[in-house]
Design a protein. Structure first.
Length: 134
């Protein structure tokens, strides 16, 4: 009997998504304007928070789901979601020295890349098991 290796990527994604969600609200948060107004960076941070929560929820469902075809579909959705990194969905400020560009964008790009790679591995592992059953 084979072990369920296709759940391992889901655990990696869930942990990365938790880090991204928590980080987008704390240690990796975007810059704050001195006058208290919200700029594009704030909304990019909010979008990343939502995307990280979505990825985390999809990962938990993928880990719990027994049907490999459905799990593979969730991994495909997660690959597509991982493409939405800072600067693609909502723009960032133009100053390269600002916190959103110097800290948040690179950190979130790395975290979402890890989630995307783990999702691609999940697609492969889920596809391998469903192909063997046909």
């Amino acid at each position: 009997m084979m072990k369920k290796h296709s759940t391992i990527p889901a655990v990696i994604i869930a942990l990365s998504a938790l880090t991204a969600a928590a980080g987008s609200q704390s240690f990796l948060r975007p810059c704050v304007h001195e006058d208290g107004s919200f700029g594009a960076c704030h909304w990019a941070g909010q979008a990343l928070f939502g995307l990280a929560l979505l990825m985390g929820a999809e990962a938990v469902i993928a880990a719990a789901w027994k049907n490999e075809s459905i799990r593979k579909g969730l991994y495909i959705a997660m690959v597509l979601t991982a493409i939405l990194v800072p600067g693609t969905l909502i723009g960032l400020c133009g100053m390269a020295t600002m916190r959103c560009r110097a800290l948040m964008r690179p950190a979130m790009t790395i975290l979402f890349a890890v989630m995307g790679i783990a999702s691609a591995a999940g697609i492969y592992l889920s596809g391998e098991r469903t192909a063997g059953r046909q």
